[in-house]
Structures are given as C-alpha cells and as structure tokens.
Design a protein around this ligand. Structure first.
Ligand code: ADP
Length: 611
C-alpha cells in the first residue's frame, strides 16, 4: 500500500516522530473552525475560573491583616462569605465549561468519524485486504476518542495554566518581591523531578498501550469463530493459554510499574510541597519579626505557591502532550487523505440498463507492481451466456471476477460491458447491474428481512416471497419463529451453510442483475442442501450472463464455455467435450481428480477438481 500500513507498531513509531511539519497545525485548527464561537466561550469561562481562583488567598490576607486586627466582625463575615461564594461561582463556571468542552470535542469527533467513514466507504477492496484486521475500527474509534483529551487537556487546560502561572507570579511580586524571587529560585527543584517522572510515565504508558492493543487483537483472533475453531481442531488450547498468560502478566507488570512511578511522583510533590512552604515561612517569618512583612502576606504567599508549582510542571510537559496529539491527528489525517484506487472517472456517465455482454480485452492485473497475477486475459461472453472458470488454486480466478464490478481495476487492458468501458461509467450504475454470490455468503447480524433488503431497499413483501421461493428458502424462512423478522445467527436459529447460501441467492435475485458473478462453494453440503442450492442457482442464472468459478460437474457441463486458468493466463477454453478431446490441463485435472468421483458418487455431485 502506498502510504504503508503497518499495524499498530509502526503507527506507534510514527506517532512519536510526528512533528509540526508532518501535521499542519492549520489543518488541525480547521477542524475546530465550525466551533469557533463555543471555543471562545470555553476560553473565557476557563479564564474567568482561573482569575476567580486567584482571589481566596488575598481574602485570607485581608482576614488576617485587616479584619482580625481591626476587630471588625462585619468585615470578617463579609470576607468569609466571599470565601464560600467564590468557589461556588467558579464551580458553576467549571460546569458550564466542562459541558461546552465535551460538546465541542464530541462535535469534532463526530465530524471526523463521519469523514473517515465516508472516505473508507470509497476505498477499493485492496485497502481492506491489506489492512490488519481491527486497525480500521481502531482508528475510527480509539484514535478519534483521543481527540477529546486534546480539546480538554491540551487547548483548555494549557491556556488556563498559562494564565494561572503568570497572574500568580505577578501577585507574588506584588505581595513581596524578595520572597517572590526566593520562591522562583526554588521552583526548578520542584519541577525538574516531576518532569523526569513524567517522561518515564509516558514511556511506560506507551508500552502498556501497545501490549494492551496486542492483547485485544489476539483475543479477537482467538475468540473469533474461525480462530476458536482452529484452536479446537488443532488442540492448541494449552499453547494459546500460555501465550495469553505471558501477555496478561506483562500487562500486570507494566501497570504495577506505572502505578509505582505514579506513587513516587506523588511522594515527591508531597515532600517538596512542605519544603517550599517551610522555606517561605522561615524567610517570611523572619521578615515579619523584622516588621517588613505582614502575617497575612505570608499565608497568602504560601497559598499561592501551591497554585504555582503544579501548573508549571504541566506546562513543562507540554511538548509531550503536543507530540501525542499531533500523532493522533496524523493517524487520522492519513486515513482522511487516503485516495481510493478505484474512482469514478470525472464525467463518467451512467451505464444504461444493459443486456449483459462482457468483453475482456488483453487484461493484466498485479496486486503489487511487477507481480502479474493476471496477464493478457481476453475473452467474450454474449448476453445470457454462462462462462465457467476452472483452474488450480491461486490461478487468479477470484481476482478476475473481481475486475467485473471494479473491486479493483486492471493494470492493463479494458473490460467492456455492452461496449461500455467499465472505467468510463459511474461505479454506482455499474455495480447496480452486477451481483456477486461468493463462497462465504456474508450475512449481517440483522433480521432475515434486513439482509434481503440490503439488495433492494424498497422490495415489497411479494418480491421477498418470490425471491425466497426461487431460492428454495421460502419454507425455511416461514418455519422460523419470527419469519422474515428473525435474527440471522441468533442463538438457536443459526443457519446452515446451505441455508446461508440460498439466502444469499435470494438476495441476488432481489437485485435482479443482468450479470451474475458466482463463486461456487467448495464446502461440501449434504446432498439434499446441495440439490437445493443447485436448484436455486439455476433459477438465479436463468437469462443472465454468468461468470462462475466452477467446482461442480453440473456447472461445467451446462456452461456455454469453460476457461481454464493457470498462473494468470487462459491456457485452454472450450466446452467440456472439446477440451476432453484436446487432452490438455482440463482433461488431466478431470481425469485425476474428478472422473473417479463421478463413478463413486453420482453424476450431479461436486466436482472437486479445483483447489
Ligand atoms: P484463485 O481464485 O484462482 O484461487 P486468486 O485470484 O485468489 O486465485 O489469487 C491469485 C493470486 O493472487 C494468488 O497468488 C494470490 O496469492 C494473490 N492474491 C490474491 N489476493 C491478493 C491480495 N489481496 N493481495 C495480494 N495478492 C493477492
């Protein structure tokens, strides 16, 4: 892939390296542009809160230096009242600010999720086959989740903290400039260890996140249906348990270390805080004794100090936070910028209703440059013809059928439908007229009806019935407790392989395409379901141009033409009889793997000459 997907690890690597150059700040800011008004209010609220927070120490000073010496109970009551009222006001501002914060953050997240979703919908299949499973979901959910912290912790709290630090320093100097200098000189003693600890914490946290992500990915694989089955069939429970156990332990160890570092961090603050206060009291106390300072000023001073150290620490760690935030945006932007490989050509017109003639002309295709999976493929199919594709596994059959609806585009050559180059018509109008029924018929975890309506949103009840009847699945659907409204795959109502296939066939029938692309299932159904699926397929293929990857004898026998693919080229073509006479690859495959079987089983059974 062009932009290099490498899963979490590589992305994590990029995250640390992300700089302003890679991610334009202007672009990040543009995300917030629609919320400008709300952001201004947030900043004002935050600043208001910060300023109000500066007042209480001054009130304490007034109480000690003025109200008490003057024995003014009224002033005392008034100041004490203020001490309660101010936090109340700032608390309310805080609630409003928090609400707005979340609203802006969630708004930006909603917009980003939507734009990523839209862009991912436009990607061609190669994107999904090349990304690590779960990565797409992770970017759409977790990475975007991180935006929330960017808004709250970075933008808002940084601003407030800058205001707090500068106003506090100003007030300290106003109270007593000598003491202020002392306080600032000891500041590094507080801040530097904190900064170091934060660095270690950051490293540990990244590591923990990576291990956790690995653990989730593993769990998803191990407990996914296929993974769970594989584990059981290969009786690998013990090994899986050991592997998981090691990871599980690693998570615990890392969390413990993280927590311990956190405790040390708190202890530093706990010890250094009183140390600073002690120095202030020694120096300030001495000044009071000398008569150069009031008691109230010292108390206020000590209170301000507490407000100074932690914001300075946070600000000094700003670069780490900014780095993380840039990384998050970089990962998001990468997805936003990803260009789909298959795109509607500008000025592409609608493909009119087709009859279904296909012409493949000198088509080559490579997933990665230089490795042609298909080379110089040419064939034609008249409207209504059935073309069967056979050949060894890996010959390129699935790749070839994927080209018809432009799941990927040929690297060379053209594909025409009714004389229209598929690249020159709109994707929507092309795909609307082609249906795929693949080996693993995918059904959404939804009702039978929803799964059918996926093909035709406005299908009537009669149309549903008709499609189901033709797909030989009507009786089965009727026998479900909730009929069409039964969930697919819900406990107790799981569908068998044959039923799923017939439902997929009903879905394709509803779409009623002129061109049908079929990948016959290799899974062996019992003969009764097999017969049903076969009958349903016959209904589906009726009067349509069909391109089928054939695994059954009946299919090749009834095909108008058979194309034999080997290593990406058509090595033979003709009817079953012609090619038997030609005595080439087809005849060989037929004799070694298939003729045998027909004698033992019956004529209409699976032809397993492929794969
Ligand atoms: P068939 O359907 O005949 O078994 P395929 O079309 O699935 O063959 O595969 C043809 C070749 O292309 C194989 O060598 C396969 O490994 C390769 N291939 C298939 N899908 C991809 C993909 N998404 N990315 C890279 N290579 C692929």
């Amino acid at each position: 892939m062009r932009n290099g997907f490498g899963g979490g690890l590589q992305a994590g690597g990029r995250m640390r390296k992300a700089g302003i150059k890679d991610v334009s700040l202007r672009r990040i800011l543009s995300l917030f542009a629609p919320y400008k008004g709300q952001l201004t209010v947030i900043v004002l609220l935050a600043l208001g809160g910060a300023v109000i927070g500066l007042v209480p120490p001054l009130i304490m000073k007034e109480i000690i230096d003025t109200a008490i010496p003057q024995q003014s109970v009224r002033l005392l009551a008034y100041l004490a009242g203020l001490l309660v009222a101010l936090p109340l006001v700032s608390g309310m501002l805080g609630v409003a600010q928090n609400h707005l914060n979340t609203k802006v953050a969630q708004g930006v997240m909603r917009d980003l999720r939507m734009s990523l979703f839209q862009n991912l919908q436009r990607q061609s299949m190669s994107f999904f086959t090349a990304s690590r499973s779960g990565e797409v979901v992770q970017r759409l959910t977790e990475d975007i989740q991180a935006v929330q912290s960017v808004v709250t912790s970075l933008v808002v709290s940084t601003l407030t903290q800058i205001v707090i630090v500068f106003t506090t320093i100003g007030i300290l100097f106003a109270l007593d400039w000598r003491l202020a200098i002392v306080a600032l000189i000891i500041l590094p003693a507080f801040v530097l260890p904190v900064r170091k600890v934060a660095g270690v914490r950051k490293r540990l946290r990244t590591e923990t996140q990576k291990v956790r992500a690995d653990m989730s990915a593993q769990l998803a694989e191990i407990f996914g249906v296929s993974g769970a089955m594989l584990t059981r069939i290969f009786t690998r429970e013990q090994q899986q348990e050991q592997k998981f156990g090691a990871m599980n332990q690693q998570v615990m160890d890392l969390e413990l270390r993280l927590n311990l570092i956190g405790r040390w961090y708190m202890m530093f603050l706990g010890v250094l805080g009183p140390l600073g206060t002690a120095i202030i009291y020694i120096y300030g106390g001495y000044s009071v004794i000398q008569g150069t300072m009031t008691i109230g000023a010292i108390v206020a001073f000590a209170a301000y100090l507490g407000r100074l150290y932690s914001p300075v620490g946070t600000l000094l760690n700003l670069h780490v936070e900014v780095g993380t935030a840039l990384g998050v945006f970089q990962r998001i932007f990468e997805y936003q910028d990803r260009k789909p490989e298959v795109v509607d050509e500008a000025g592409g017109r609608e493909l009119p209703p087709i009859r279904g003639a296909i012409a493949v002309r000198d088509v080559s295709f490579a997933y990665s440059q230089g490795n042609d999976v298909l080379s110089a493929i040419s064939f034609e199919a008249q409207a209504g013809e059935v073309i069967a594709l056979v050949g060894p596994s890996g010959a390129g059959k699935s790749t070839l059928i994927g080209l018809m609806a432009r799941l990927h585009d040929p690297t060379k050559g053209t594909i025409e439908i009714d004389g229209f180059d598929v690249k020159k018509v709109s994707l929507e109008s092309l795909r609307r007229q082609i249906a795929y029924v693949t080996q693993e018929s995918f059904l959404f975890h939804a009702t039978v009806r929803d799964n059918l309506l996926f093909a035709k949103e406005d299908a009537t009840e009669d149309e549903l019935d008709d499609a189901c009847r033709k797909a030989y699945i009507y009786e089965f659907v009727q026998s479900l407790p909730h009929g069409y409204d039964n969930m697919v795959g819900e406990r107790g109502h799981r569908l068998s392989g044959g039923e799923r296939q017939r439902l997929a066939i009903a879905r394709a029938l509803l779409k009623n395409p002129r061109i049908l692309i079929l990948d016959e299932a290799t899974s062996h159904l019992d003969s009764e379901s097999e017969a049903y699926v076969q009958a349903a397929l016959e209904q589906l293929m009726r009067e349509r141009t069909t391109l089928v990857i054939a695994h059954r004898l009946s299919t090749v026998l009834s095909a108008d033409r058979i194309l034999v693919l080997e290593k990406g080229t058509i090595v033979e073509s003709g009817t079953h009889q012609e090619m038997l006479e030609h005595n080439g690859l087809y005849a060989r495959l037929y004799r070694t793997q298939f003729a045998d079987k027909t004698e033992k089983t019956d004529k209409s059974n699976e032809m397993d000459m492929i794969n």
